[in-house]
Design a protein around this ligand. Structure first.
Ligand code: NG1
Ligand code: ZN
Length: 524
């Protein structure tokens, strides 16, 4: 059993505040000053997870992504770089909420017995953090947590979230046929850069990308990568001040970031605070700001991959796209009717998208907010690597498909990978963002937050597109939506904030605003 004196003395250094915690879609995330005990206990959880998986390496990332600088958070990463298995979220929550050392001891032992964890097994954990000032102290809390069960651990310092996922997978696959790469930031840069160079070989370079790093970890890490890219890519990095924490994530929705003056003819992209999300944008000749969001990236990627598979002469690879209800209706139409690809809709949260994307040979998944990736199934990879092609054109397409599977992070949505994916396609086609944008026109849309007494009374079905409770509310929504041309609206409780979200889209901007307002009024 667990050494209780050791547990007590370490746990006394990290007393639990009164608060109640929940491990949700984004792990634990809140004001940094509340997190000390939570992260200490996450160290215990990660050790138990590793022991349960026979000593496989578990990752722990300390970040609060796009939240303000005063927040922080923690997420646990499974051996192949996926999010921690859903069933363990409640165990994480139970450990975090144990009110005393004795309860914590009991909670650990409940896990050990119900999950049949052999405590004599080794525990291996790796961890990283973003640039938030609170990160260093929270790492110290994690390290104490890792001491409780004597885990072996490695501190990878400051990383983007996807880099930590990548490293975790590399460590667990080293020396196997599924080896994923060198387990270091350098290995990550080398792998992505080598693949990207193949993908743009012989093509004229695009004008420099203006890349907004939200004053987060993406800035120093992307700069670290530049030498590996050589002349394959040119970029102008803005919002790269990670010293002044107050500047982190100061971006606004559906507008250019504060302090960035956009000009027509340029191509822009923005990372979020831990570089797992990316959106593109540009300014039209008439000065309107045009967003190329996750849906646009998914459409571009699906279009390109379908084409490449065809050019490669491989016809037994199925391509599918996974979206959430927040995907713009016009994007779903484009995918289904123009590209003729199957589209699935799943509940919000990357784990749902990831899981569904695994059902296709090549599964493209993106949330509208720019979080997503492309997954190649083992059989698709086998086909791609076995194919030889019967013409030079086929051979080139096959080579591109292989490089594409290398440049795209297979563990989780990755802003760096997605950037290289988009840059590859725009370079291959010699497209401006405006040409890319012409695939379809987004329906005007609006996302509103409504603060309610108790968001837990809202129950959804059908990938969160319909409410079953409160009784009667869905009928009222349907009755209003019917009156709007191209109208679509749904209501769901947020998984990360204490609000209910109302989404609305319709044929015109005024109609969209009215629809959002009226549905919001029903919820309030
Ligand atoms: P919630 O708060 O459950 O809507 C938000 C985002 C998700 C995802 C998670 C995790 C929207 C509408 N929702 O979820 O897409 O990114 O945060 O961070 O953008
Ligand atoms: Zn993020």
């Amino acid at each position: 059993s667990v050494n209780i004196d050791n547990l007590n003395s370490l746990s006394n250094l990290h007393p639990k505040p009164e608060n109640t915690f929940a491990y949700g879609t984004a792990g634990f995330r809140m004001k940094a000053e509340l997190l000390d005990s939570v992260i200490f206990r996450t160290g215990i959880l990660a050790s138990l997870r590793s022991k349960k998986l026979d000593g496989k390496v578990i990752g722990v990332m300390i970040t609060a992504s796009h939240n303000p600088a005063a927040d922080n958070g923690v997420k646990v990463v499974d051996p192949l770089g996926e999010m921690m298995e859903g069933a363990w979220e409640s165990h994480a929550t139970a450990l975090a909420n144990a009110p005393s050392n004795e309860h914590l001891f009991d909670a650990i032992h409940t896990m050990v017995s119900t999950l049949k964890i052999d405590l004599t097994k080794p525990a291996n954990v790796v961890f990283g953090r973003d640039t938030r000032p609170s990160g260093e102290a929270l790492v110290a809390a994690l390290v104490d947590g890792l001491k409780v069960l004597g885990a072996q651990s490695t501190d990878y310092g400051i990383l983007t979230t996807p880099q930590l996922h990548y490293i975790t997978r590399c460590l667990n696959t080293a020396g196997t046929p599924e080896a994923y790469g060198e387990p270091s930031a350098e290995g990550y840069y080398k792998k992505l850069a080598a693949a990207f160079k193949i993908l743009v070989e012989g093509k004229p370079r695009l004008s420099p990308l203006i890349l907004d790093c939200a004053n987060g970890v993406g800035a120093p890490k992307f700069k670290e990568m530049l030498p590996y890219l050589g002349d394959s890519f040119s970029v102008k990095i803005v919002n790269d001040d990670v010293e002044d924490a107050s500047k982190l994530n100061l971006n606004t929705q559906q507008r250019a970031p504060i302090g960035l003056k956009t000009a027509a003819g340029e191509r822009y992209a923005s990372f979020d605070g831990d570089a797992d999300r990316i959106v593109y944008y540009y300014q039209d000749e008439d000065n309107t700001f045009k967003l190329l969001d996750g849906d646009k990236i998914a459409g571009l990627a699906a279009m390109y991959i379908i084409d490449l598979v065809k050019s490669a002469g491989i016809d037994d690879i199925s391509v599918g796209v996974v979206q959430t209800a927040y995907a713009n209706g016009a994007s779903t139409q484009y995918l289904r009717n123009t590209l003729n690809v199957p589209v699935s809709c799943v509940p919000t949260g990357v784990k749902h998208l990831h899981h569904e994307a695994l059902k296709y040979d090549v599964g493209v998944y993106f949330e509208a907010n720019g979080h997503g990736t492309v997954l190649f199934s083992p059989s698709a990879l086998k086909t791609i690597y076995a194919a030889e092609g019967s013409s030079p054109a086929q051979a080139v397409a096959i080579r591109s498909l292989r490089a594409l599977s290398e440049v795209i992070n297979q563990t989780v949505g990755d802003a760096f990978s997605d950037l290289f994916l988009v840059e590859t396609i725009l370079t291959q086609r010699q497209w401006s963002p405006k040409v890319w944008d012409q695939a379809y026109t987004d329906l005007p849309n609006r996302l509103v937050k409504v603060v309610v007494q108790d968001r837990s009374i809202f129950k959804t079905v059908d990938a969160e597109r319909k409410l079953t409770e409160p009784a009667g509310l869905q009928d009222a929504i349907d009755a209003i939506v019917l009156k709007f041309s191209h109208g679509r609206s749904f209501v769901r409780p947020s998984g990360t904030e204490d609000v209910v979200r109302v989404y609305a889209e319709a044929a015109t901007r005024p109609e969209t605003d009215e629809l959002a307002f009226r549905i919001g009024g029903l919820v309030f």
